[in-house]
Design a protein around this ligand. Structure first.
Ligand SMILES: O=c1ccn([C@@H]2O[C@H](COP(=O)(O)OP(=O)(O)O[C@H]3O[C@@H](CO)[C@H](O)[C@H]3O)[C@@H](O)[C@H]2O)c(=O)[nH]1
Ligand SMILES: [Mn+2]
Length: 356
């Protein structure tokens, strides 16, 4: 009797996850990711000139949005979606109908682990999102839910259930996500260190969220993942993911949700121009000395039980407390409200507490 053909396992969350890619370039990088990405639906956000044709490699299931599409779909609310900045990717989060999002830059490739095996970054993000986080008490043996690890002695049993994980923040081998001054001082520095760990970022601690290799639970935290007003016509760039990360973390802490960082790694292949980056970043480098204390001190009232209500409250506080730093933050606070209005228009059912 013929032996049964090997059953190929259905990829995890195949129909519950979208891959969002912002791009101004071609998408040849997908060839390297094909074994891992092909079963999933892609949402491509084409930035820059909408008349430019972006070729998507054969065999991928995708939807592509350019600036004309964004303007057509959102009308005047399109003003909250950045132009000529990777921040445009958040439009993909808004139009997705799936529970999970993975976003990746088009200059990020499959990295190899120390044994030389290809890293399936998407699979690791899914593992991170599907297992709890431990924001209230630090486990010194890292991720206690990982095969071969556990909670260490002294870890309160009352806290071992953990909390739902909202965000999985991956890292990068080769070109690290450095700011422009660091890039200028260390132009040849490459990240060669593979750290085999996933950590929960403790409650009350902010972190610099990089949008290059990032996954999140859209139903738990999607409305907070607004990448702000960056790029064309704006005084700042390359703080899109940072802004989203600070707002998201304050809201996750308030709602009792977890954020993880560490594995998986991708191979970041292209260093963007440090001089161009410096022009985009410089205001952010001194503004953040006021932004961080603002987010560290931010508290949300207990009446805020949904991500949307938290976000609207945060927008109010941004206007009240950061508007005096620069008028840009008044505009950003308004854009935060526009984002939520647009989100709720495109996602009418997702206004229940904690996005349920
Ligand atoms: O105007 C633009 C520029 C780029 N993109 C797309 O966005 C990503 C990132 O672009 P790139 O790799 O050139 O830039 P990096 O500096 O490496 O980006 C990282 O730094 C931060 C920028 O905020 C962020 O964490 C990372 O994105 C690529 O897919 C480009 O095609 C764009 O859409 N619009
Ligand atoms: Mn890059």
């Amino acid at each position: 009797m013929a032996s049964p053909s090997p059953v190929t396992p259905t990829p995890l969350l195949k129909d519950e996850l979208d891959i969002v890619i912002p791009t101004i370039r071609n998408l040849d990088f997908l060839e390297m990711w094909r074994p891992f990405f092909q079963p999933y639906h892609l949402i491509i956000v084409q930035d820059g000139d909408p008349s430019k044709v972006i070729n998507v490699p054969q065999g991928f299931d995708y939807e592509l949005y350019n600036r004309n599409d964004i303007n057509r779909i959102l009308g005047p609310k399109a003003s909250c979606i950045s132009f000529k900045d990777s921040a445009c990717r958040c439009f993909g989060y808004m139009v997705s109908k799936k529970k999970y999002i993975f976003t990746i830059d088009d200059d990020c490739f499959v990295a190899k682990d120390p044994t030389g095996n290809d890293i399936n970054a998407l699979e690791q993000h899914i593992k991170n999102l599907l297992s709890p986080s431990t924001p209230y008490f630090f486990n010194t043996l890292y991720d206690p839910y990982r095969e071969g690890a556990d909670f260490v002695r002294g870890y309160p049993f009352s806290l071992r259930e953990g909390v739902p994980t909202a965000v999985s923040h991956g890292l990068w081998l080769n070109i690290p996500d450095y700011d422009a001054p660091t890039q200028l001082v260390k132009p040849r520095e490459r990240n060669t260190r593979f750290v085999d760990a996933v950590l929960t970022i403790p409650k009350g601690t902010l972190f610099p969220m990089c949008g290059m290799n990032l996954a999140f639970d859209r139903e738990l935290i999607g409305p907070a993942m607004y990448f702000g007003l960056m790029g064309d016509g704006q005084p700042i760039g390359r703080y899109d993911d940072m802004w989203a990360g600070w707002c998201m973390k304050v809201i996750c802490d308030h709602l009792g949700l977890g954020v993880k960082t560490g594995l998986p790694y991708i191979w970041h292949s292209k260093a963007s121009n440090p001089f161009v980056n410096l022009k985009k970043e410089y205001k952010g480098i001194y503004w953040q000395e006021e932004l961080i204390p603002f987010f560290q001190a931010a508290t949300l009232p207990k009446e805020c039980t949904t991500v949307q209500s938290c976000y609207k409250e945060l927008s109010k506080q941004v206007k009240a407390k950061l508007g005096k730093v620069d008028d840009y933050f008044n505009k950003l606070a308004d854009a935060m409200l526009t984002w939520i209005e647009a989100w709720d228009e495109l996602n009418p059912s997702a206004q229940l507490p904690n996005g349920k």
